[in-house]
Design a binder for this molecule. Sequence first.
Ligand SMILES: Cc1ncc(COP(=O)(O)O)c(C=O)c1O
Length: 424
Amino acid sequence: MASKLAIFGGEPAIPSNTFYPWPPITEVDEQYVLASLRGANHAFGPNCVAFEQEFAAWNGNTFAITTNSGTAALHMCVAACNCSEGDEVIVTAYSWSSSATCILHHNCIPVFVDIDWETMNIDIDKIEAAISPKTKAIIVVHLHGLAVDMAKVLDLAHKHGLKVIEDACQAHGAKFNGKKVGTLGDCAAFSFNQNKNLCSGEGGMFVTDDEGIAATARMLWSFGETRSPVEVRDYHAYALGWMYRNNDLTAAFGRAQLTRLDTYLAWQSHNAQELTRNLQGLTNVILPTVPEGHEHNWYNYVLRFDMDALGHSADASLFRHKIVRALKAEGLETAVWQSFILPKMTVFQAKNAYGYGTPWSSPHARAVDYSVEQYPVAQKHSDTHTCLVFSQRYPNPTGTVELVAAAIWKVMDHIEQLEMLPAA
Ligand SMILES: Cc1ncc(COP(=O)(O)O)c(C=O)c1O
């Protein structure tokens, strides 16, 4: 292996055009989408109905409602769990913004809990201390495709009479104790946006096994009506509703991708295991681990750099960006997924979502504290990580994974060269 890093003019470890684009598009996708295009209903049409049925069957849910985003499905979860103005919902301190803004969408108050370093998910041992008389629900985010330990969460929720919402937006097919995510809590949200393992461009799915929860979610989904557009409607707004419905073209695309989802998931799981095998013995890089009883879907393969050992604990994020740039020069695009932990984001620090300080200023709300020192593990994770998103995905072969590993080995074996690299 050449010793000069590509960022300083050396030969890149990975030739250009090595990676396949995501998602793979075949004649099946073309057939489904063209049939929808040539059909008579491009709004909530027959493909939406079929997509709901097929996804519910694939995941093992009784009810599924397809939406125009995962965020819409998350808001439906919060509403369907009967959360009201000023109620508190517990959520992880590290996730996509809408894992927590969905709580604000319903005038409720997010209460953040730090993450567990090993799993990168909410630290279950810290949830109980965050429960107050105002707490109504816990949102668990199965981050990067690794399920939260649902046995412990469900025990806590049962003890305190709380609802459990699963943010499964990244976790299609991930399992806990043999059960798929989305079947473990009271209701769940999936995303089908561009990067997701089931991609339809944009889109999402709300799922539950509870008829009452499904009925409340459906009202929010479509203008406060109680019936879906394929039923006989009375066009009456029975409650405050949004327009969160999916459309037929997107659903057709989603259906076509769903026919291959199991193949995708098995493929990337194999590749992730190969990557871990190829990275064994690498120093200063912390590899992801899978606790007993969990089946990871490997949506993201997360690398963390041991900044203490590298002598960069004081400027961890800056040095991590240098490593990311060096990997990119070697031909390996990685993603610093969240540079800001959730409570640090301005939308929460400003405590003013809808003007006049609402919902935090609501007479129904209790004062909450978002000082960022409460989330040291999330901050450390945010400062030291980068994600491999596409390199393990179908149909990248094992040989590609070996190239990925070679690029990481090369940069880490010559890490001292990065000391000379100016900050971007
Ligand atoms: C963990 C998580 N929650 C929620 C979302 C929101 O999904 P969407 O972009 O479909 O609204 C995403 C993805 O973007 C996500 O990764």
